[in-house]
Design a protein around this ligand. Structure first.
Ligand code: SAM
Ligand code: SF4
Length: 432
């Protein structure tokens, strides 16, 4: 299985793995697999190109030996899966993100009769989801839980509402029962996922929204940490802040994508707020949660972005000083409004702006991380660090990656560590 893109895809991958294992399948290395499952992303052109080249590689093997068969699911499958199946004979099952419930049986059927299966989301409100709790996860102590599907915001650059459909919140009972099952299986940290978690419940009439859900999840026995991704500045409200301030198990980390610092561009993007609305919201969040780590997303080179629009983005990031900024050069996505706008910028201008912003942000990130040096932090250990024997990697409650010495069997434990060194991306600590 290969998972591309966002955490929602990681969650879908974990659930598909669990459903396939329940059916008697066994996971193996990709190059030894009879069936390769690709959970795909469409957010930028590059994300799709990566998957297309992977399929090309599998196709060569399939033509020679009849193996592996490729199962294409997720956003790219929804957007161009039918085309890909025409071009590559190894693609035998195609499913959009709202029809994953049909995939496990579809794989068995397609393999037994040789007829490809297509489960595409024609109706943006239809939902045929997998009903399994993802017990076959990469990390036994942490789990994702999707709380809502789709998005209604239709930002002019974004493919998500076109491929993931309209907002549909899961029921409170379903989510809480999933969290309880996960806690019973040893999970201590859950991350609640949605394209816009703050919109949770807004498609229903029972008044139960994200703040209420956050409180209920944080109260679940056995759950020690709760995270959530992603917030939307238009929907993030004070009730959420109140619950965060009240419940120590809710991590002090908020991802609040700004996308641009120019009011004119924000309007063209259809974001629904101005830069001063955004700045005021950041002020409120920092006043309520002084130790919060704030991260954001920013697009440079949106159609018509002038040097002065770009400077507004640069200045906003310089002044607000985020812990992390996920930057991207605008990528026109077919079918979105922004892809057809006049004033598309050339690749070079976009790259120059991206490089300049990234360089400034690196310095800010290092500065903020260095402020942790000398502090004692509680770290939840994930497992071995990618580099260095005898080193473990974990995270602070502000979501900072922290490296400490330890044994692999310490994974899943909380330790107290004094931070001794900082880099742009991580902290180094000594267990005390
Ligand atoms: N829902 C979140 C929000 O409201 O910002 C973002 C979700 S989107 C899946 C993740 C990120 O991809 C966005 O924050 C945006 O920065 C980036 N993105 C989306 N469409 C893009 C495009 N056409 N070109 C470049 N980046 C894009
Ligand atoms: Fe895309 Fe996020 Fe806008 Fe929804 S709110 S359309 S997911 S960028």
């Amino acid at each position: 299985m290969r998972v591309f893109g966002c955490q929602m895809n990681a969650y879908d991958g974990d659930r598909l793995r669990t459903a396939m294992v329940h059916k008697g399948w066994e996971e193996t290395a990709d190059d030894a697999a009879d069936v390769v499952l690709l959970v795909t992303c469409s957010i930028r052109e590059k994300a799709e190109q990566k998957v297309a080249s992977e399929i090309g590689r599998y196709e060569a093997g399939y033509r020679k030996t009849g193996s592996p068969v490729v199962i294409l699911v997720g956003c790219m499958a929804q957007r161009v899966g039918a085309e890909m199946a025409k071009k590559f004979s190894c693609v035998r099952v195609v499913s959009g993100p709202r029809h994953l419930g049909f995939v496990p049986q579809g794989i068995d059927d397609a393999l037994s009769d040789g007829i490809p299966r297509f489960f595409l989301d024609e109706d943006p409100r239809a939902l045929e989801d997998l009903t399994v709790v993802p017990t076959e996860r990469t990390n036994p102590f942490k789990a994702y839980v999707t709380i809502s599907y789709g998005c209604d915001r239709f930002c002019s650059y974004c493919i998500v509402p076109h491929v993931r459909g309209r907002l549909q919140s899961r029921s409170r009972e379903e989510i809480l029962s999933e969290v309880e099952t996960l806690a019973a299986s040893g999970v201590i940290e859950v991350s609640l996922l949605g394209q816009n978690v703050d919109a949770f419940g807004k498609d229903k009439k029972d008044g139960y929204g994200f703040a209420g859900l956050l409180r209920d999840v944080a109260r679940t026995e056995g759950i020690k940490r709760v995270r959530f991704y992603t917030s939307h500045p238009k929907d993030f409200d004070e009730d959420i802040l109140t619950v965060m301030a009240e419940m120590p198990s809710i991590c002090r980390a908020v991802n609040l994508p700004v996308q641009s610092g120019s009011d004119r561009i924000l309007k063209e993007m259809n974001r629904g707020y101005t830069s001063s609305d955004y700045i005021e919201l950041v002020r409120k969040i920092r006043a309520a949660l002084p130790d919060v780590a704030l991260t954001t997303d920013l697009i440079v080179g949106f159609p018509g972005e002038t040097e002065s629009d770009y400077r507004s983005s640069y200045n906003l990031l310089r002044d607000l000083r985020f812990d992390i900024v996920h930057t991207a050069a605008f990528s026109p996505r077919p079918g979105t409004r922004a892809a057809m706008m006049e004033g598309q910028l050339d690749a070079r201008t976009k790259a120059e702006r991206l490089n300049e912003i990234n360089a400034m942000q690196s310095a800010i990130a290092l500065d903020l991380n260095e402020a942790y040096v000398g502090q004692e932090m509680e770290i939840l250990l994930d497992g071995p660090a990618p580099r260095g024997e005898g080193l473990l990697q974990g995270r602070t409650y502000t979501d900072k990656v922290t490296i400490v010495s330890g044994r692999p069997s310490d994974a899943g434990k909380f330790v107290s560590a004094r931070i001794v060194r900082a880099s742009r991306w991580s902290l180094e600590g000594q267990v005390v």
